[in-house]
Design a protein around this ligand. Structure first.
Ligand code: ADP
Ligand code: MG
Ligand code: MG
Length: 254
């Protein structure tokens, strides 16, 4: 069974004022098929964790490990991470001028699998996933992220998730900027991937709303760069009622 393990992870970022420590000892174990919600106040380091897993060059791992089935993820290039089965939906996806969604998806699939997908079944899979996500077929001919609405960007992320079939997905603020209908469609896509491929999910969110549609097995509260508390789904219910104040009141003043 596939397992993604994060051990005592310390990460800093280079700023104009110098090196700033952000993650201060993160421990997490995610197994295939499990959904872990990372919740926490703004600035607690949630996105930093996502970028670090993805291999963003701005974030420096000072100590600790990330392994996928025992393999050292931190030693892998960004492409190698994707080939190893990691998927990161970026919080602010970039525009790729002149590259259509169709070409982008085929290129990504080829890169991840190490061979081009068989044309007929691929076209069928793309159509089916787009229809599942209630995307108009004309979307396939648009340039990636150019003029995409917030909802279109999220659907495009989930389209990639469905087609690339990663082992683990890190979804950072996938709920932000979605109305309830779009949120349901996007959540259904994630749930399909969980059912069909046993996807493990690290679902990063400030708000509990998305957890009504994507049920977490475990909830981790992130405060000041580390996990302050963990529990089951009931922890998310409590956060919905109480917010994050109880964690912040005894946090040291920066
Ligand atoms: P969250 O996603 O929980 O809101 P982030 O990981 O985005 O938290 O940010 C954690 C802290 O690290 C914040 O204080 C933020 O300002 C700082 N930080 C994150 N990325 C950078 C960066 N590239 N440059 C400077 N500061 C950063
Ligand atoms: Mg933030
Ligand atoms: Mg964030």
């Amino acid at each position: 069974m596939a397992v993604l393990e994060i051990r005592d992870l310390h990460v800093s970022v280079e700023t104009d004022q110098g090196t700033k420590p952000i993650l201060k000892g993160v421990d997490l174990t995610i197994r295939e098929g499990e959904t872990h919600a990372i919740m926490g106040p703004n600035g607690s380091g949630k996105s930093t964790l996502a970028y670090t897993i993805a291999g963003h060059p701005k974030y420096t791992v000072e100590s600790g490990t990330i392994t996928l089935d025992g393999e050292d993820v931190l030693a892998m290039s960004v492409d190698e991470r994707a080939r190893a089965g990691l998927f990161l939906a970026m919080q602010y996806p970039v525009e790729i001028p002149g590259v259509t969604v169709t070409n982008f998806l085929r290129t990504a699939k080829t890169a991840v699998d190490g061979e081009a997908p068989a044309v007929r079944s691929w076209i069928k899979d793309v159509r089916e996933s787009m229809s599942n996500l209630r995307m108009d077929s004309s979307f396939a001919e648009r340039n990636v992220n150019e003029g995409f609405s917030g909802g279109e960007k999220k659907r495009h992320e989930i389209l990639q998730l469905e087609l690339l079939k990663p082992t683990f997905a890190v979804l950072d603020e996938t709920d932000s900027g979605l109305d309830v209908d779009a949120l349901k469609i996007v959540s259904e896509g994630v749930n399909r991937a969980k059912e069909n491929t046993g996807l493990g999910v690290l679902l990063i969110t400030h708000y509990t709303r998305i957890l009504r549609y994507i049920k977490p097995d475990f909830v981790h509260v992130f405060v000041a760069g580390k996990v302050a508390e963990q529990g089951g789904p009931e922890l998310a219910d409590r956060l919905e009622d109480e917010g994050y104040d109880r964690y912040l009141s005894d946090a040291p003043v920066a």
